[in-house]
Design a protein. Structure first.
Length: 401
């Protein structure tokens, strides 16, 4: 009987894992994707959405045609229960049995980390499509009645790249609207120093980011915890509250409830501790990739910072998981090993009409090489990356780099 691989989630991790497993076994496997959203979302472009530079339809595409074309079954539903002992998932009241499960359910915002962030006028985040649309509505209101702007990443956040990108795009937009000289812009972060990025920093990074901020006239407030958002004020640890008319804050991420609900599967944040094969530490026939997989970091900071689980490592993890599932189906031991920390860091940070390319031999230290390359070519690279990635994912060409 053909083995059944069930994938939860249809974005960077889920789409890649589902199509790769199908490919690894030359089609001789039943693969099904269950995803809460029926569209793929290119999250890196959410930084442009509030400014009207992208519309939702520019950065999403429907999953069903891509999956169907590759003979992968697609169910548009939220998984509500995983029974790891019975190897069964429930979604929209229907039960789906599996031989191997891949959890690629990503993140949800832990908005409770910053009281008031979820429901205070003028304060937004941009980490989901709905949030970014909402932040765009706020931005248009702000333009009618401008005032101080805060962009930041809270304690426990890991997606610092997005915070920096939004900060520099904000600076660019303020200039475009003739507001740059009239509106103070402040970057507030849990990072111990500028350019830490949740990966411990890279050589020259702090200096480069400091230079960028000075050039743009942006004030930096580092190593603070955000205590509360109330209308027009952000309370932070050890300082006077900061004023804002418009604030965009990246919160920490947490895992989905369906993952938390499985005994012994997830950590306290709802992420799945994994081996370097991406098998769950608790259940060898359950894999977790991307944001859903837990990562432990080799440092502690005065204010907690998370790790950026970006698109590139997510795809690598999905490929490793797919190869290992294929090995298990062939009756072999999972043979591909690649811990998160060993995956190269490849990231392009956009700054409106400029940017920084971030390259390192490993996501986490100890590293042999790490470099930040600033310049307008990085803005071009991000535009190319967006177009290329959406084309690649829409066609299901997951074997391309
Ligand atoms: C604003 C922003 C900017 C970013 N910029 C970059 C960048 O420039 N470069 C980069 O490499 N990375 C970037 N990232 C990170 C990148 O988006 C993530 O690495 C990537 O989204 C992780 O993919 P994933 O598949 O693990 O999770 P997600 O993208 O979160 O996908 C989760 C999937 O699971 C589904 N799902 C959730 N719950 C359930 C459920 N209960 N049942 C079934 N399905 C479920 C969702 O519908 C979705 O399909 C950025 C992220 C953000 C938020």
């Amino acid at each position: 009987m053909r083995k059944r691989v069930l994938v939860l989630g249809g974005n960077f991790g889920g789409l890649t894992a589902a199509l790769s497993v199908k490919h690894e076994l030359q089609g001789d496997v039943d693969v099904r994707v269950i995803a809460a959203s029926d569209r793929f979302l290119f999250n890196p472009s959410l930084i442009w959405l509030p400014f009207g530079k992208r519309r939702p339809q520019d950065i999403t595409f429907p999953l069903a045609p891509t999956l169907t074309e590759h003979d992968v079954d697609f169910v548009h539903a939220s998984a509500t229960r995983i029974d790891a002992a019975a190897k069964r998932v429930t979604a929209a009241g229907v039960e789906y049995d599996y031989d191997y499960l891949v959890i690629a359910t990503g993140y949800r915002n832990a908005m409770g980390a910053v009281p008031g962030l979820a429901d205070t006028d003028g304060a937004y985040t941009i980490t989901t499509l709905e949030d970014a649309i909402h932040a765009g509505e706020g931005w248009r209101r702000f333009l009618q009645n401008p005032g101080p702007v805060i962009v930041g990443a809270s304690q426990g956040a890991g997606c610092f790249g997005a915070a920096y990108e939004f900060l520099f795009n904000m600076s660019y937009q303020l200039r475009r609207f003739g507001l740059k000289k009239h509106v103070p812009l402040t970057y507030v972060t849990a990072e111990p120093f500028l350019g830490h990025f949740g990966i411990g920093g890279l050589p020259g990074g702090e200096r480069l980011l400091g230079m960028f901020l000075r050039k743009e006239g942006i004030t930096a407030v580092t190593e603070v915890a955000m205590e509360e958002v109330v209308e027009g004020k952000l309370a932070v640890s050890g300082r006077e509250p900061l004023d804002f008319a418009y604030a965009v804050i990246i919160p920490p991420f947490e895992g989905q409830d369906v993952v938390r609900g499985v005994p012994g599967l997830a950590d306290e944040k709802g992420f799945v501790p994994v081996r370097d094969t991406y098998q769950s530490a608790a259940y060898p026939d359950v894999y977790a990739v991307g944001v859903a997989a837990a990562v432990s970091v080799p440092w502690t900071t005065a204010v907690p910072v998370g790790v950026p689980k970006t698109g590139f490592p997510t795809e690598v993890q999905a490929h490793v998981a797919a190869e290992n599932i294929a090995s298990q189906i062939r009756g072999k031991e999972p043979g591909r090993h690649k811990a998160f920390g060993e995956i190269p860091a490849v990231c392009v940070m956009d700054a409106g009409n400029n940017g920084v390319m971030i390259l390192a031999d490993r996501m986490l230290p100890p590293r042999k090489a790490g470099v930040l390359i600033p310049g307008p070519q990085s803005h071009g690279a991000k535009l190319l990356f967006e177009k290329y990635f959406l084309w690649k994912a829409r066609h299901g060409y997951v074997r391309l780099p």
